[in-house]
Design a protein around this ligand. Structure first.
Ligand code: NDP
Ligand code: 13P
Ligand code: ZN
Length: 346
């Protein structure tokens, strides 16, 4: 049986920092809340959200430093000791993933309060968490509600919005990889989830000129696309519709690069290369990324070409069970160099 869970409320609008209480009341989430934020997102929105919430709920807080099992474990201990009824994650993808996995493990609901439009984990049911060295994709539960405050998200540096475009354009190669795994390995494939995921990618290609303006309309468009990409993952029951070889490349960079770039930025560059390997029109993908001002090469990512090549050659080992265009054996160093050079990545 495949149980599909989806968020019950999605608020997208201006000045929503004081709306969490109303949503939590409507959904009858209980009196004891735990708010998770990062060192920066605490200042950006977390403290204000917490202040409002304290008028109606008993609120504890915790600063999360990274999306790791250690942070999930610490959160679970606090939930247990303080008898917490529900969680609120205020931040980027890392904070939301910790909240998502902790809420799933503790079997309590969580609300997603994104501070950036940089990733499609805002609404998804899976969490990407670092365990030992690499990120694993863990099945969890989607947020019970999403509160996306355009005014908060608008104040994030433009780079984050462009990263969100990279995370969505990834869906083009992710779906190709999924089709391949379906044909070659007989893996479950959902045509509906695949179409929904592709819709977000096509939307960013079509609207690149609007998104590049970085205004309120841009933020709304990107957020809606990211939410529906997350819903596609919930429908599929895994991150398959939005995470293929281009994501493995990004996860590999996170593991080996001295200073990785943003997740969506790395995935965007990975999409150019994987589209080339799939025989897709990679130039069109690069053009969209250029148009929105997202990185399209090693230099713009701030990552040395040698790490790009290494990441390409080890990407297939990150999650061997996820079959992609990289196959079982991955790319040779020569093949990796050629793909990166032809596409202008190095
Ligand atoms: N589960 C899923 O389906 C998905 C998960 N992901 C995961 O999400 C993560 C990437 O998320 P991403 O948001 O790119 O990065 P992070 O959440 O790691 O945030 C990167 C940095 O940006 C800061 N930040 C957050 N909001 C703002 C803001 N408004 N203004 C200025 N700085 C801000 C963070 O602050 P602070 O230090 O305070 O946190 C942090 O220092 C990865 O771990 C990736 O694997 C991505 C896509 C889908
Ligand atoms: O980032 C994702 C989709 O954009 C999903 O994450 P995983 O690659 O960790 O499954
Ligand atoms: Zn992603």
């Amino acid at each position: 049986m495949h149980l599909m869970e989806l968020p019950r409320e999605v608020l997208l609008g201006e000045d929503l920092k004081d709306k969490v209480s109303q949503v939590a009341r409507r959904l009858k989430l209980g009196e004891n809340a735990l708010i998770l934020y990062g060192p920066k997102t605490k200042e950006i929105a977390g403290k204000d959200v917490e202040k409002h919430l304290k008028n109606s709920f008993n609120v504890r807080n915790m600063v999360i430093k990274e999306a790791s099992m250690r942070e999930v474990q610490k959160t679970l201990e606090l939930i247990e000791n303080e008898n917490i009824n529900w969680l609120l994650g205020v931040g980027g993808g890392s904070i939301i993933d910790v909240a998502k996995l902790a809420s799933f493990k503790a079997d309590i609901p969580f609300i997603s309060f994104p501070t950036t439009a940089s990733h499609d984990g805002i609404a998804s049911a899976n969490a990407s968490i670092k365990d030992l060295n690499a990120k694993t994709s863990i099945k969890a539960r989607p947020p019970v509600a999403i509160i996306a405050d355009v005014n908060v998200i608008k104040t994030a540096p433009y780079r984050y919005l462009a990263a969100g475009v990279g995370d969505m354009i990834s869906n083009l190669t992710a779906v190709k990889d999924w089709e391949l795994a379906h044909k070659i390995k007989g893996e479950y494939f959902s045509e509906y989830a695949a179409s929904l995921s592709l819709m977000s990618a096509k939307m960013v290609i079509k609207n690149a000129n609007i998104i590049r303006l970085g205004n309120e309309e841009s933020v709304r468009k990107v957020i809606k696309g990211l939410i529906s990409s997350g819903v596609a993952m919930s429908i599929a029951g895994s991150s398959r519709p939005a995470s293929g070889a281009e994501h493995l490349f990004s996860h590999a960079l996170d593991a080996i690069a001295p200073k990785p770039a943003l997740h969506g930025e790395q995935c965007g560059v990975g999409t150019i290369i994987m589209a080339y390997l799939h025989g897709l029109k990679w130039q069109k993908i690069r053009e969209t990324l250029k148009r929105v001002g997202a990185p399209t090469n090693a230099y713009e990512l701030g990552i040395d070409p040698e790490f790009i090549i290494e990441a390409l050659t080890i990407a297939h080992t990150i999650r061997p069970e996820r079959y992609t265009i990289l196959g079982k054996d991955g790319l040779t160093k020569e093949a990796a160099e050629k793909a990166a050079k032809v596409t202008g990545v190095i």
